[in-house]
Write a protein that binds this ligand. Structure first.
Ligand code: B30
Ligand code: ZN
Length: 255
């Protein structure tokens, strides 16, 4: 069911997927010295993120990431041009030696990154939206290592053992997805970019929050060690390296 690309092959994505060679690709390095402060960036307003327990969510190992399906009752009602409906969230990570965030800040990778993917309600479905210039909004959170287990992420990470093989899935009870995001949603970077995986459509308005979240070393190891892709290869280093800006502005909501 999945296209035949691998993160190990990312140098040849542009040869096989036209858009991957475009000039507005993601991820990028965020150079904090050259970002442009824009006091007019509107506040992001999330609705319906506090899911009831009885709403079960599908957690899947799709062979290139750990992905949690989200209900369209979760939406971004302010902060962008239009209403954006949640579809899924997923992770990118590396190894204990090779930190695997996709976005870098001043050329430094974080250990991992979470993406919460939303599509523009005017397109009716993500399949229709995914190739449109104003089709998607992705919220990115950089994940670091802290001393304590993160109880909010534990709801997902404790189910990894049930999806260790490619294409396996499991159901987890609803929870407050807002708690996966940083406290401060007002400090973020904003730029126009792409899907970070093939077909790399240049359809994403990116938001990367300034505040990062920490998992314990043990929790990060659950991501790094436990998941397998096809032929039982470890599912790891599933990040794309930062792409050229080609003159794109990177806006910043804070000083
Ligand atoms: S990301 O947030 O830029 N990493 C997609 C959405 C967000 C990102 C990357 C890709 C996406 O919707 N891709 C198209 C659909 N997919 C996705 C999938 O669910 O799993 C199909 C595909 O094969 O390319 Cu695998
Ligand atoms: Zn992603």
């Amino acid at each position: 069911s999945h296209p035949h690309w691998k993160h190990d092959d990312q140098n040849v994505w542009p040869a096989n997927f036209y858009h991957c060679g475009g000039t507005s690709q993601s991820p990028i390095n965020i150079n904090t010295r050259t970002v442009i402060f824009d006091p007019s960036l509107p506040k992001i307003n999330l609705e319906g993120y506090d899911l009831p327990c009885k709403q079960s969510l599908k957690l899947k190992n799709n062979g290139h990431t750990l992905q949690l399906s989200l209900p369209e009752t979760m939406r971004i009602v302010q902060g962008f041009n239009g209403v954006f409906l949640a579809k899924q969230l997923h992770f990118h990570w590396g190894t204990p030696e090779i930190p695997g965030s996709e976005h870098t800040v001043d050329n430094t990778h974080f250990p991992a990154e979470i993406h919460v993917v939303h599509y523009n309600s005017k397109y009716g479905s993500i399949d229709q939206a995914v190739s449109q210039p104003d089709g998607l909004v992705v919220l990115g959170v950089l994940l670091g290592i802290g001393l304590h287990d993160n109880e909010n992420y534990e709801k997902i990470l404790s189910s990894i053992k049930n999806v260790s093989t490619e294409d396996s899935d499991t159901e987890i009870p609803g929870f407050n997805v807002r708690l996966l995001l940083p406290d401060n949603l007002e400090r973020f970077y904003r730029y126009n970019g792409s899907l970070t995986t093939p077909p790399c459509f240049q359809s994403v308005t990116w938001t990367v929050f300034n505040e990062s979240i920490t998992l314990s070393r043990k929790q990060m190891a659950m991501l790094e060690d436990t998941l397998k892709a096809h032929h039982s290869h470890s599912l790891t280093k599933n990040f794309r390296i930062p792409q050229p800006l080609h003159g794109r502005p990177v806006l910043c909501s804070f000083r």
